[in-house]
Design a protein around this ligand. Sequence first.
Ligand SMILES: C[S@@+](CC[C@H](N)C(=O)[O-])C[C@H]1O[C@@H](n2cnc3c(N)ncnc32)[C@H](O)[C@@H]1O
Length: 432
Amino acid sequence: MIKKNEIYTVTAVDDGFGGEGIAKIDNFTVFVPYLIKGETAEVKILKVLSTHAFGKIEKLITKSEHRAEPKCPAFFKCGGCNFLHLSYEKQLEIKKNQVAECMKKYCKVPVEVADCIGAENPYNYRNKAQYPFENEIYGFYASRSHRLVPINSCLMQNEKDEGILKVVSEYIKKSKAPIRHLYTRHSRENTMAVLVSKTAKLPFTNVLTKELLSVCPEIKSIIVNVNSKDTNVILGEKNITIYGTDTIEGYIGKTKFNISPHSFFQVNSKQTEVLYNKAGELLGENCGHIADLYCGIGSIGLYLADKAEKITGVEIVESAVKDAQINAKLNGIENARYILGASEDVLPTLIKNGEKIDAVILDPPRKGCHKALLDCLLDTEIEKIVYISCNPATLARDLDILSEKYTISTVTPVDMFPNTQHVECVVRLCRT
Ligand SMILES: C[S@@+](CC[C@H](N)C(=O)[O-])C[C@H]1O[C@@H](n2cnc3c(N)ncnc32)[C@H](O)[C@@H]1O
C-alpha cells in the first residue's frame, strides 16, 4: 500500500489529459502533474484515495524529448496554462488522444479522429484579457483561488497589454483610483481598454488617456466599467466611454463583429477562422435553410452565410440575439433571422409550423445538447448536421445518440487554446 509523504521512483506510463503523467506503483494509479510519458522521477505522494493517488515531482531522473522549457516565469503558480512544459507537437498529440479516448468510452459506433489542427503561432493568440489589480499590483489569480500572482505580461495575451498594464499601474499608484481590473479586447486593428472601477468618476482621466494612447496608438476606445459589488463577476452593468467609441469592430476572416465590453466573442480569432472553414467544408455548398442552433452572436452562421439560402439562428441569451441581429446588418446579410429561446423548444416548433430545414449547425455549451433536441433531430428528416463542440465527452455522448439515424464523419480537433488542455472539435453527421 502506498503511503502519503513517502517518496517513490516512478515512470509515467501514459499522459493524462490535463498535463499530468500517469504512473503505477504496484499497479496503483498515481497522477503526477508535469510528468511526461516515459519520464522517470522521484515523486512525493501528496494524497491517497481508494482508487488512485496524487504525487509531486521531487526530482526528475530522465527527461522526455517532448519536454519544453516553460517560457513563462509564472507557469507553476498561475492557473492559466497547464501544457507549457510540453512541446507543441506533444500537446496536439495529447489533445487528439483525449478526443479518441472519449469517442471509445462514450460512443458505441467507431469514430475516427483526425490529427488536431494546431495554431501557426501558439502564443499571443488571445484577443481578450482580464487582469486583477490590488492597488498598483497586477497579475493573474492562482489556480482555483483569489490569490494574486504578480506578472508583467502573459505569453497567451496580446503583446500590447504589457505597456497598457504599466500605464494603468502607474496611474493607480499616483491617483489612488479604485481600479479592480483592467480588461482589454483586441481586434486586428483596434484595441479597447476597460477600467473596471468601484466608482464611476476617476481622477485625471485625460492624463491617463494620453499616456495609454502613447503606449498603444491602436486604442480606439477607453471605457470605465462601474462595479461596486463584491462578487466574482468582473464587469458591472454600467459602461462610461471616456475616449473614442463604445464598441470596436472585430473580424473572423472577412466577417465583421461589433464588440462591446459585455459582448461574447471567440477569444482566438485566427483559429476560429480555421474551425469555421473546416465547418464550412463539412457543410458543403448550397445548403438551403440552415438552423444555427446555440448561435451566440451569430458568428458561425454569418461566416458561412453564402452557403445558405436562409439562416435561422437560435440563442437563449437576449443580448446575444440582439448582437447577432446587429452583426447580420453590419455585414449586409439579409437572409439571417434570430430567434430568442432554447434550441430544444424552438427547433420542434419550427418543424411543427412546416418550415423545411436542410442543415443544422450545433455549437452547444460544455454540457452538450439537450436530450429533447437530439430526440427532435432523430425524429425529423434533416439531412446534415455539423456539430462543433468544446467538450469531447459530451460530444461523444451526443454522437452515440445520433448514430441511430446518422452516419458520423471523422472528428477533427482544432486547437483553439494552445498551451492549455482545452480542445474544440468539429464533425459532420449525414442522415443514413
Ligand atoms: C459554445 S457557445 C457558442 C456560441 C456561438 N456559436 C459562437 O461560436 O460564437 C454556446 C451558446 O449557446 C447558448 N445556449 C446555452 N443553452 C442554450 C439553449 N438551450 N438553447 C439555445 N442557446 C443556448 C449560450 O448562451 C451560448 O451563446
